[in-house]
Design a protein around this ligand. Sequence first.
Ligand SMILES: O=C(O)c1ccccc1NCC(=O)[C@H](O)[C@H](O)COP(=O)(O)O
Length: 241
Amino acid sequence: MSKLELLPAVDVRDGQAVRLVHGESGTETSYGSPLEAALAWQRSGAEWLHLVDLDAAFGTGDNRKLIAEVAGAMDIKVELSGGIRDDDTLAAALATGCTRVNLGTAALETPEWVAKVITEHGDRIAVGLDVRGTTLRGRGWTRDGGDLYETLERLDSEGCARYVVTDIAKDGTLQGPNLELLRNVCAATDRPVVASGGVSSLDDLRAIAALVPLGVEGSIVGKALYAEAFTLEEALEAVAR
Ligand SMILES: O=C(O)c1ccccc1NCC(=O)[C@H](O)[C@H](O)COP(=O)(O)O
């Protein structure tokens, strides 16, 4: 059985590494330099970094230069998210050398473009399914964007390689992941799923790791690491077997 991949998160707002609650603008707690945070996760043994440009996601500008600097400084794999919605933003994201990008809003608002870039870039494209209940949210999670399972069926048929599934109600709250949502999404698709939102403890990570046989491939971890609920070394050890 494969082990669960862990993706420590660095979410960037106004040049700073921050954590949000429910992904809401205005709830930021700042954790300083994004580059320092990313390098710290790399030194701690991370194999992946989940890097988010929150300003690009919210439409309040972007941190493009800084994001490219952070991605370029990494020796590990990088998943890049936030505001990637057209040819220009996709080209800039891919040019950072990241392993893959995570499209959110575009999958809801410009499905033809997303189908095209899935065909062009294969598994360098993942789609973020950010939900409240079973309703998808776009534009930095501020607008409704359709039904989770209908969208999943469409993206599957277009060849989408993997999904990053976030329960917004859990995100940044340290309330534990939505395991039922993860099980339901895994039952609806044969593509790998990356879990996101709510991880609070090593037991949460073990519970997500138990879903690997169902199709969960990885878990993003944000707030719990910054709040020092556990160390990344402990997390990697917890999911190593
Ligand atoms: O990923 C995005 O595009 C995004 C857009 C708007 C608000 C938040 C966004 N991402 C947040 C994350 O990816 C978090 O880092 C991740 O879900 C970790 O959550 P947690 O472990 O609960 O801090």
